[in-house]
Design a protein around this ligand. Structure first.
Ligand SMILES: [Zn+2]
Length: 474
């Protein structure tokens, strides 16, 4: 697409990072060239000249900006991000070595403000929270790996006290550490819910497609087929106001627990978002919904299929396409329910198989080529979870057929990143319009600008906006 000077200038004013690398902004008064998203002061339109490449900008006598590093970007290098990623890898490998956020700042070589900024931008979190989750993950692996005493495990993972370990473990996992260890031998377990948990909203999330062929909600009994690492299994949940009892038909309960914790959104910081909304004078966004959480999809591939199928069509039609795809590649597994598709099953299809099911030619091709990337080992869904948000977003945007809406939807619904906005989502724009009493729905730039106030909790803000114009579930 060829853009006019005005269109490019508008991208610069919007600091639109999706145009980074597609053109470069030369500022004739300062003699510097930048990425469109550079955070430096915006030049006047008359002083700007646009260049297709860094080389062209240099040939015109300009120098690279020291703030946004356009040459690094053009080379595909991002030294600051790489430094932060290396630091996070170090924290995750040995979380007991760095006692607190101050130690992380010292280790980083950046100033404290800069470190907080970088963690927020690239990991959607604070150094202290990332450290806590690294400790939790280490402790969980140790619990499953042997029979070391809990106090030993807590200490080795870097927890200062056994009570702090227990408290955080229960909050993020809905279980005690001892109960988690028992999952190795178990087929069932009970997860306790946070006080005030909104069961009606969970029920609505679990029964969005009443004709679903992979899940069924019957009163307070939810039944679904999930893909575990070694094949499908039936997962049954008994929902109660303060707890959820889960059973899995085969395998061990460790994987099932991860699925259930995600469905319930246990590790999301609902309270922090409520505090932010109130501080912004937007208590009406969260009224009656303080405990609202994002229900994570059972697997990343489920979310990926939905993110491709659901783009640019209405919800009902998207549900229909998804059902037809499932019926095409899998058979009934249990009680009338099918197992969700695997990447291998979808990769074996040809676009011509999906056209009679009313897939557009383009959607059919995107679904199949993405599944083939996965089976060929070129797209590692499991690795996305441990990447920085920036790296995960870049990796997914490079997949043909995944645009900013799909990528951010997947990042918030399947990868658990807390600061994403599916730009262009009509639920978000109509929610913003009602919430802020705007004359019209905001466009993409308007949405980006308005949503910035909810950082670093834009995923929860998105979920609240989706509910804002909906009737309260019973
Ligand atoms: Zn710059």
């Amino acid at each position: 697409m060829r853009m006019s000077h005005d269109q490019m200038y508008a991208r610069v004013l919007a600091s639109d990072a999706s145009w980074n690398g597609r053109f470069f902004t030369g500022v004739l008064t300062t003699g510097i060239y930048c990425l469109p998203a550079c955070k430096a002061r915006k030049p006047k339109p008359g002083n700007v000249r646009f260049f297709p490449t860094c080389e062209a900008a240099r040939a015109a006598g300009l120098r690279a900006c020291k703030k946004c590093h356009p040459d690094d970007f053009a080379r595909g290098a991002d030294p600051v991000l790489e430094t932060v990623e290396a630091l996070v890898a170090e924290i995750r490998a040995n979380p007991a070595d760095l006692p607190d956020a101050r130690a992380i700042v010292r280790r980083s070589g950046f100033g404290a403000t800069r470190v907080f900024e970088l963690f927020r931008q690239h990991y959607h979190t604070t150094p202290a929270d990332l450290l806590l989750r690294a400790r939790m993950s280490t402790a969980k692996q140790r619990l499953l790996a042997g029979d070391a005493p809990l106090s030993r495990i807590a200490l080795d993972a870097g927890f200062e006290s056994l009570s702090g370990f227990h408290e955080n473990f229960r909050r993020l996992n809905g279980l005690t550490p001892a109960a988690y260890r028992e999952l190795r031998e178990a087929r069932s377990f009970t997860v306790s819910l946070p006080a005030g948990y909104l069961l009606p909203y969970l029920r609505r999330a679990l029964s969005r497609d009443i004709h679903s062929v992979t899940e069924r909600l019957d009163g307070n009994t939810y039944t679904t087929v999930v893909q575990l690492s070694d094949g499908p299994a039936v997962l049954t949940l008994q929902l109660a106001p303060d707890s959820v009892h889960a059973g899995i038909s085969r395998g061990t309960a460790v994987e099932a627990h991860a699925v259930v914790a995600g469905l319930l959104g246990l590790d999301e910081d609902a309270a922090a978002f409520v505090r932010l909304a109130k501080r912004l004078g937007l208590a009406r966004l969260v009224a009656g919904r303080h405990e609202l959480r994002i229900s994570q999809t059972p697997s990343v591939f489920d979310g990926l299929l939905w993110a491709i199928i659901g783009q640019q069509i209405n919800f009902t039609f998207a549900c229909l396409l998804k059902r037809r795809l499932i019926e095409r590649v899998s058979t009934v597994f249990y009680g009338g329910l099918c197992a969700p598709p695997t990447p291998a099953a979808v990769a074996a299809l040809e676009p011509a198989d999906l056209l009679p099911l009313q897939f557009s030619r383009q959607k059919a091709s995107y679904v199949i080529t993405t599944a083939r990337l996965i089976t060929a080992g070129k797209l590692d869904l499991a690795a996305l979870r441990s990447m920085s948000a920036t790296r995960a977003e870049r990796t997914l945007l490079a997949v043909h057929g995944l645009g900013p809406w799909s990528v951010n939807y997947l990042m918030m619904r399947s990868l658990g990143f807390p600061d994403c906005v599916p730009l262009g989502d009509t639920g978000v724009t109509s929610g913003l319009q009602s919430l802020l009493r705007l004359e019209e729905r905001p466009d993409i730039d308007g949405t980006r600008r308005l949503m910035a106030m909810f950082s670093p909790y834009r995923s929860l803000a998105t979920t609240h906006l989706w509910q804002f114009n909906q009737p309260v579930p019973t």
